[in-house]
Design a protein around this ligand. Structure first.
Ligand code: PRP
Length: 225
Protein backbone atom coordinates (compact mmCIF):
# COMPACT_ATOMS: atom_id res chain seq x y z
CA UNK A 1 0.00 0.00 0.00
CA UNK A 2 1.24 3.49 -0.90
CA UNK A 3 -0.20 6.28 1.25
CA UNK A 4 -0.11 9.86 -0.04
CA UNK A 5 -0.83 12.82 2.29
CA UNK A 6 -2.55 15.80 0.69
CA UNK A 7 -4.24 18.93 1.99
CA UNK A 8 -7.65 20.06 0.75
CA UNK A 9 -8.03 23.02 -1.56
CA UNK A 10 -5.60 24.24 -4.16
CA UNK A 11 -2.87 21.63 -3.61
CA UNK A 12 -5.42 18.82 -3.82
CA UNK A 13 -7.00 20.21 -7.01
CA UNK A 14 -3.65 20.77 -8.72
CA UNK A 15 -2.37 17.34 -7.70
CA UNK A 16 -5.25 15.47 -9.38
CA UNK A 17 -3.85 15.85 -12.94
CA UNK A 18 -0.44 14.63 -11.74
CA UNK A 19 -2.05 11.59 -10.11
CA UNK A 20 -4.03 10.95 -13.28
CA UNK A 21 -0.80 10.90 -15.27
CA UNK A 22 0.36 8.12 -12.95
CA UNK A 23 -2.93 6.27 -13.64
CA UNK A 24 -4.35 7.15 -10.22
CA UNK A 25 -7.91 8.50 -9.82
CA UNK A 26 -9.10 9.57 -6.38
CA UNK A 27 -12.59 8.12 -5.95
CA UNK A 28 -14.04 10.77 -3.62
CA UNK A 29 -14.02 14.55 -3.42
CA UNK A 30 -12.66 15.69 -0.02
CA UNK A 31 -14.79 18.86 -0.26
CA UNK A 32 -17.93 16.68 -0.26
CA UNK A 33 -16.90 13.78 1.95
CA UNK A 34 -15.99 13.82 5.64
CA UNK A 35 -13.74 10.81 5.12
CA UNK A 36 -10.07 11.38 5.87
CA UNK A 37 -8.79 8.32 4.01
CA UNK A 38 -9.79 8.32 0.36
CA UNK A 39 -9.59 5.27 -1.87
CA UNK A 40 -8.27 5.46 -5.42
CA UNK A 41 -8.86 3.31 -8.50
CA UNK A 42 -5.57 1.57 -7.59
CA UNK A 43 -6.27 -0.82 -4.71
CA UNK A 44 -2.73 -0.29 -3.39
CA UNK A 45 -2.80 3.55 -3.38
CA UNK A 46 -4.76 5.68 -0.89
CA UNK A 47 -4.88 9.37 -0.05
CA UNK A 48 -4.91 10.92 3.44
CA UNK A 49 -6.60 14.30 3.84
CA UNK A 50 -4.57 16.30 6.38
CA UNK A 51 -4.01 19.94 7.36
CA UNK A 52 -1.43 21.55 5.07
CA UNK A 53 0.97 22.19 7.95
CA UNK A 54 0.72 18.54 9.06
CA UNK A 55 1.79 16.97 5.74
CA UNK A 56 5.56 16.98 6.58
CA UNK A 57 4.83 15.48 10.01
CA UNK A 58 2.79 12.58 8.57
CA UNK A 59 5.50 11.82 6.01
CA UNK A 60 8.42 12.27 8.41
CA UNK A 61 7.02 9.76 10.91
CA UNK A 62 5.77 7.30 8.28
CA UNK A 63 2.03 7.93 8.73
CA UNK A 64 2.18 8.52 4.99
CA UNK A 65 4.79 7.33 2.48
CA UNK A 66 4.63 10.49 0.40
CA UNK A 67 3.05 13.90 0.59
CA UNK A 68 2.68 17.17 -1.25
CA UNK A 69 3.41 20.35 0.63
CA UNK A 70 4.35 23.96 0.00
CA UNK A 71 7.96 25.08 0.25
CA UNK A 72 6.73 27.57 2.91
CA UNK A 73 5.45 24.73 5.11
CA UNK A 74 8.63 22.71 4.59
CA UNK A 75 10.88 25.62 5.55
CA UNK A 76 8.86 26.21 8.72
CA UNK A 77 8.69 22.53 9.63
CA UNK A 78 12.23 21.53 8.67
CA UNK A 79 12.93 18.65 6.33
CA UNK A 80 14.52 16.01 8.59
CA UNK A 81 13.86 12.49 7.31
CA UNK A 82 12.22 13.79 4.14
CA UNK A 83 13.48 13.05 0.65
CA UNK A 84 12.45 15.84 -1.73
CA UNK A 85 12.70 14.51 -5.27
CA UNK A 86 10.55 17.04 -7.12
CA UNK A 87 9.41 20.63 -7.31
CA UNK A 88 5.91 20.03 -8.69
CA UNK A 89 5.58 23.68 -9.76
CA UNK A 90 1.96 23.79 -8.59
CA UNK A 91 0.22 26.15 -6.16
CA UNK A 92 2.76 28.82 -7.07
CA UNK A 93 2.81 32.05 -5.10
CA UNK A 94 5.31 34.13 -3.14
CA UNK A 95 6.09 35.11 0.43
CA UNK A 96 6.24 38.84 0.91
CA UNK A 97 6.43 41.55 3.50
CA UNK A 98 3.40 43.86 3.40
CA UNK A 99 2.49 46.99 5.33
CA UNK A 100 -0.34 49.54 5.45
CA UNK A 101 -0.19 51.82 2.44
CA UNK A 102 0.45 54.79 4.80
CA UNK A 103 3.35 53.12 6.65
CA UNK A 104 6.80 54.29 5.54
CA UNK A 105 8.61 50.95 5.61
CA UNK A 106 11.76 52.18 3.82
CA UNK A 107 12.28 54.96 6.40
CA UNK A 108 11.59 52.63 9.31
CA UNK A 109 14.24 50.20 8.00
CA UNK A 110 16.70 53.02 7.22
CA UNK A 111 16.34 54.47 10.70
CA UNK A 112 16.94 51.09 12.30
CA UNK A 113 13.50 51.05 13.97
CA UNK A 114 12.38 47.87 15.67
CA UNK A 115 9.50 46.47 13.61
CA UNK A 116 6.56 44.47 14.90
CA UNK A 117 5.92 41.71 12.37
CA UNK A 118 2.91 39.38 12.47
CA UNK A 119 3.17 36.07 10.65
CA UNK A 120 2.60 32.35 10.73
CA UNK A 121 5.99 32.00 9.00
CA UNK A 122 8.11 32.77 12.03
CA UNK A 123 11.24 30.89 10.90
CA UNK A 124 11.20 32.39 7.39
CA UNK A 125 10.56 35.91 8.74
CA UNK A 126 13.26 35.61 11.43
CA UNK A 127 15.88 34.57 8.89
CA UNK A 128 14.87 37.19 6.35
CA UNK A 129 15.04 40.13 8.76
CA UNK A 130 18.20 38.82 10.45
CA UNK A 131 19.93 38.75 7.05
CA UNK A 132 18.84 42.34 6.43
CA UNK A 133 20.03 43.39 9.89
CA UNK A 134 16.53 44.61 10.81
CA UNK A 135 15.41 44.13 14.42
CA UNK A 136 11.96 42.63 14.69
CA UNK A 137 9.49 41.47 17.30
CA UNK A 138 7.68 38.52 15.76
CA UNK A 139 4.03 37.92 16.60
CA UNK A 140 2.84 34.41 15.74
CA UNK A 141 -0.60 34.24 14.11
CA UNK A 142 -2.40 31.31 12.49
CA UNK A 143 -4.40 33.10 9.78
CA UNK A 144 -5.91 36.40 8.63
CA UNK A 145 -2.51 38.05 9.00
CA UNK A 146 -3.73 41.02 6.93
CA UNK A 147 -5.75 42.20 9.91
CA UNK A 148 -2.75 42.79 12.17
CA UNK A 149 -1.47 46.08 10.68
CA UNK A 150 -5.04 47.39 10.39
CA UNK A 151 -5.66 47.21 14.12
CA UNK A 152 -2.17 48.20 15.28
CA UNK A 153 -1.10 44.70 16.29
CA UNK A 154 1.88 44.87 13.91
CA UNK A 155 3.74 47.25 11.56
CA UNK A 156 4.16 44.59 8.92
CA UNK A 157 3.14 41.05 7.99
CA UNK A 158 4.98 38.21 6.30
CA UNK A 159 2.47 36.18 4.30
CA UNK A 160 1.73 34.32 1.10
CA UNK A 161 0.65 36.44 -1.84
CA UNK A 162 -0.91 34.91 -4.92
CA UNK A 163 -3.17 37.31 -6.82
CA UNK A 164 -2.56 40.19 -4.39
CA UNK A 165 -6.33 40.60 -3.98
CA UNK A 166 -6.33 40.05 -0.21
CA UNK A 167 -3.66 42.73 0.31
CA UNK A 168 -5.51 45.13 -1.95
CA UNK A 169 -8.86 44.55 -0.25
CA UNK A 170 -7.23 45.42 3.08
CA UNK A 171 -5.26 48.46 1.84
CA UNK A 172 -1.89 46.79 2.29
CA UNK A 173 1.07 46.99 -0.06
CA UNK A 174 3.92 44.57 -0.73
CA UNK A 175 7.28 46.07 0.20
CA UNK A 176 9.60 43.03 0.01
CA UNK A 177 9.51 39.83 -2.01
CA UNK A 178 11.08 37.20 0.25
CA UNK A 179 10.89 34.13 -1.99
CA UNK A 180 8.86 32.26 -4.58
CA UNK A 181 6.86 29.30 -3.34
CA UNK A 182 5.59 26.15 -5.03
CA UNK A 183 4.61 22.69 -3.86
CA UNK A 184 7.12 19.89 -3.36
CA UNK A 185 6.78 16.14 -3.36
CA UNK A 186 8.20 14.73 -0.12
CA UNK A 187 8.88 11.06 0.50
CA UNK A 188 9.59 9.17 3.71
CA UNK A 189 13.17 7.93 3.39
CA UNK A 190 12.47 4.47 4.86
CA UNK A 191 9.43 4.01 2.58
CA UNK A 192 11.59 4.90 -0.41
CA UNK A 193 13.82 1.92 0.39
CA UNK A 194 11.05 -0.52 1.30
CA UNK A 195 8.60 0.38 -1.48
CA UNK A 196 11.09 1.53 -4.06
CA UNK A 197 9.39 0.33 -7.27
CA UNK A 198 5.89 1.80 -6.76
CA UNK A 199 7.24 5.05 -5.29
CA UNK A 200 9.72 5.51 -8.15
CA UNK A 201 6.90 4.85 -10.62
CA UNK A 202 4.83 7.68 -9.12
CA UNK A 203 7.82 10.07 -8.96
CA UNK A 204 8.64 9.37 -12.63
CA UNK A 205 5.03 9.85 -13.74
CA UNK A 206 4.85 13.17 -11.88
CA UNK A 207 8.17 14.31 -13.37
CA UNK A 208 6.98 13.44 -16.88
CA UNK A 209 3.66 15.25 -16.36
CA UNK A 210 5.53 18.39 -15.25
CA UNK A 211 7.86 18.21 -18.28
CA UNK A 212 4.97 17.64 -20.71
CA UNK A 213 3.10 20.53 -19.18
CA UNK A 214 6.04 22.89 -19.70
CA UNK A 215 7.06 21.68 -23.13
CA UNK A 216 3.48 22.21 -24.36
CA UNK A 217 3.48 25.71 -22.79
CA UNK A 218 0.11 24.85 -21.34
CA UNK A 219 -1.51 26.64 -18.47
CA UNK A 220 -1.20 23.78 -16.05
CA UNK A 221 -3.13 25.53 -13.36
CA UNK A 222 0.05 26.45 -11.54
CA UNK A 223 0.61 30.09 -12.41
CA UNK A 224 -0.34 32.82 -9.99
CA UNK A 225 -3.37 34.59 -11.49
C1 PRP B 1 -3.53 32.91 1.75
C2 PRP B 1 -2.65 33.99 2.33
C3 PRP B 1 -3.38 35.25 1.96
C4 PRP B 1 -4.08 34.89 0.66
C5 PRP B 1 -3.32 35.46 -0.50
O1 PRP B 1 -4.52 32.63 2.66
O2 PRP B 1 -2.49 33.84 3.72
O3 PRP B 1 -4.32 35.63 2.94
O4 PRP B 1 -4.07 33.45 0.55
O5 PRP B 1 -3.96 35.18 -1.72
P1 PRP B 1 -4.25 36.33 -2.78
O6 PRP B 1 -2.97 37.10 -2.98
O7 PRP B 1 -4.65 35.58 -4.03
O8 PRP B 1 -5.35 37.18 -2.26
P2 PRP B 1 -5.42 31.35 2.57
O9 PRP B 1 -6.65 31.67 1.83
O10 PRP B 1 -4.61 30.21 2.03
O11 PRP B 1 -5.81 31.10 4.09
P3 PRP B 1 -4.94 31.21 5.42
O12 PRP B 1 -5.25 32.57 5.97
O13 PRP B 1 -5.49 30.10 6.25
O14 PRP B 1 -3.48 31.05 5.10
Amino acid sequence: MITLALSKGRIFEETLPLLRSAGIEVLEDPEKSRKLILATNQPDVRVLVVRATDVPTYVQYGGADMGITGKDTLLEHGSDGLYQPLDLQIARCRISVAVRADFDYASAVRQGSRLKVATKYVAIAREFFANKGVHVDLIKLYGSMELAPLVGLADAIVDLVSTGNTLKANHLVEVEHIMDISSRLVVNQAALKLKQAPIRRIIEAFAKAIDDCHSESMDCGSSPQ
